[in-house]
Design a binder for this molecule. Structure first.
Ligand SMILES: [Zn+2]
Length: 165
């Protein structure tokens, strides 16, 4: 990983975290923000939790916008403030499945999904399918702050790689 990749990742994760503040708060789901960026470094779509309806996930909202705009997502990177879900409570397809369907090859996230609602295993499932995944747990405090109504100060943190501390 080059320094420029890390610098770019951090800049877009900050953008994703900013977007997560736009999400209407819910007691049943996290507030997440997502930006999809093409290989030229241009943002092709953004999304946040519950943007279009009460069940919408940030990644799903962004992917749908990019698809409507006719973007080829097979050369894009998806940045999310939270690990994309590998399972969800609603009957909709998980964000991992959506990411794999459109062929997004790289996913970068800030904070591993806490097992508050489901055991999601998003990163593991993405990696198993050949997606390159990078995470930056240094942003955890900012993501927890946006979700302070769900995650108390004593919330257990996960180690990178998904094992609970
Ligand atoms: Zn999701």
């Amino acid at each position: 990983m080059t320094l420029s990749t890390e610098a770019r990742d951090r800049a877009w994760l900050r953008e994703a975290i900013l977007l997560s503040h736009a999400a209407p708060r819910s007691k049943r789901a996290f507030s997440v923000g997502c930006a999809i960026v093409d290989s030229e470094g241009r943002c092709v779509a953004t999304g946040y939790s519950r943007e279009n309806d009460d069940l919408a996930h940030a990644e799903e909202a962004a992917i749908e916008k990019a698809q409507r705009a006719g973007v080829d997502l097979r050369a894009c990177t998806l940045y999310s403030s939270l690990e994309p879900c590998g399972a969800r409570l609603s009957p909709r397809r998980s964000c991992v499945v959506r990411i794999l369907e459109v062929g997004i090859p790289q996913v970068v996230y800030a904070y591993a999904e806490p097992s508050l609602f489901v055991e999601a295993h998003g990163e593991r499932l993405l990696r198993a399918a050949g997606v390159e995944v990078r995470s930056y747990p240094e942003f955890a405090d900012e993501v927890v702050a946006v979700n302070s109504h769900l995650l108390g100060a004593t919330e257990e943190r996960k180690r990178p790689g998904g094992e609970r501390v």
